[in-house]
Design a protein around this ligand. Structure first.
Ligand code: PLP
Length: 365
């Protein structure tokens, strides 16, 4: 810190923000705790990694990094368009879907705008909006971990600029049903932007999955669905995600507010191959689902209340401030995420790792 750093340089909205509660990288874990990280279960990464085809594509792309990548990401957008039945003009890629949340807020939020989300919530849904001076209302889940549909409908009466939430919810785990989603949309003012974050949609059981794009197309609302390669596709370190919008005008605006070359050449080539390897994705989802059922049963057998999850993680009540358990587990080489958001400070999120990692977690617990 320098004595001369100007007191008013940093905008108040930014100064007020907490530091992002990111997971701990493996090398930093070793440097901090002096032991190896045996089970890194704090960031919802995939224990099976990416498709081998994606790794090969990155190796090949490495030879071409002297050139800038395609800023418009045209071939990726066409591929996603083909796979989802949308036009490439309605698709945008970013440096992770977190980047697209920022681009979206930069494009639409004015100071004092109202943004509605769900609590517990994915940090950036709230903090990304606060950065631009928005007022954020967080609607808590119902006590039985069903989506707070009626409370959300009530908030929508206030005609917020944006409704943003993830389904399956990070960190809680439940996925919204098509019927609940439709109910929410009927309550929304036609000018409210709906941002539906599907970071974990690949993990939802086929019988409960629905086509959010089709449902949103029936509503009059401007909307964007966000997806990522960081979770089921195992490419968190490559940083790539995409959005599909109801209207190309939203994409055009976000293309101006995002970082133009946010998707680097390696990430772009990996994403394309990952999308094509559905067999790898199926293996990832099958293992995560099996482990989730096994670990959920083990947690409740040990007396920990656990939210019902459709994702690759579980959210459970540790019975005391969760940082205490998280710290004890770190001493045994196990990383989980202690939640820091009121009133869920007793809750922690644990990622479904490999069966061996999950056993280490259960043993340490
Ligand atoms: C992990 C996650 C993302 C995306 O992360 P990126 O790595 O930036 O693509 C977005 N939303 C939610 C809810 C997440 O959990």
């Amino acid at each position: 810190m320098t004595a001369s750093f100007p007191r008013d340089l940093i905008r108040q909205e930014v100064a007020n923000l907490p530091t992002y509660n990111a997971g701990l990288a493996m090398d930093r874990f070793k440097a901090t705790y002096g032991i190896d990280c045996l089970a890194k279960l704090d960031s919802n990464e995939s224990p099976l990694g990416p498709s081998p085809r994606a790794i090969e594509a990155m190796q090949q792309a490495a030879a071409g990094v002297a050139r800038y990548p395609d800023a418009a990401n045209m071939s990726l957008r066409a591929l996603v368009g083909e796979l989802t039945g949308t036009q490439p003009e309605n698709v945008i890629f970013g440096n992770g879907s977190e980047d697209l949340i920022g681009a979206l807020f930069r494009a639409v939020i004015r100071p004092q705008d109202h943004v509605v989300t769900i609590c517990p919530s994915f940090g950036l849904h709230e903090f990304g909006a606060l950065t631009f001076g928005a007022r954020v209302t967080k609607v808590p889940f119902n006590d039985d971990w069903s989506f707070p549909v009626e409370a959300l409908c009530q908030q929508l009466q206030r005609k917020p600029r944006v409704l943003i939430f993830s389904s399956p919810s990070n960190p809680a785990g439940p996925a919204i049903s098509e019927q609940q989603f439709r109910r929410i949309l009927t309550a929304a003012d036609p000018e409210t932007l709906i941002c539906f974050d599907e970071a974990y949609v690949e993990f939802v059981a086929p019988g409960q999955r629905f086509d959010a794009l089709a449902v949103l197309a029936e509503s009059r609302n401007p909307a964007i669905v966000l997806r990522t390669f960081s979770k089921a596709y195992g490419l968190a370190g490559a940083r790539v995600g995409y959005g599909i919008a109801s209207d190309p005008q939203l994409i055009q605006a976000m293309m101006k507010t995002r970082n133009p070359f946010g998707v680097n050449a390696l990430a772009a080539s990996a994403a394309a191959e990952a999308l094509k390897d559905s067999a790898h994705l199926a293996r990832v989802v099958a293992q995560a689902t099996q482990e989730r059922e096994r670990i959920a049963a083990a947690l409740s057998a040990k007396g920990f209340a656990c939210a019902p999850s459709q994702a690759n993680f579980l959210f459970f009540d540790t019975g005391a401030p969760a940082h205490i358990l998280a710290e004890k587990l770190r001493g045994k080489g196990v990383l989980i995420k202690a939640w820091q958001e009121a009133p869920y400070e007793n809750w922690a999120r644990v990622t479904m790792g490999s069966p061996a990692e999950n056993d280490i977690f259960l043993g340490a617990l």
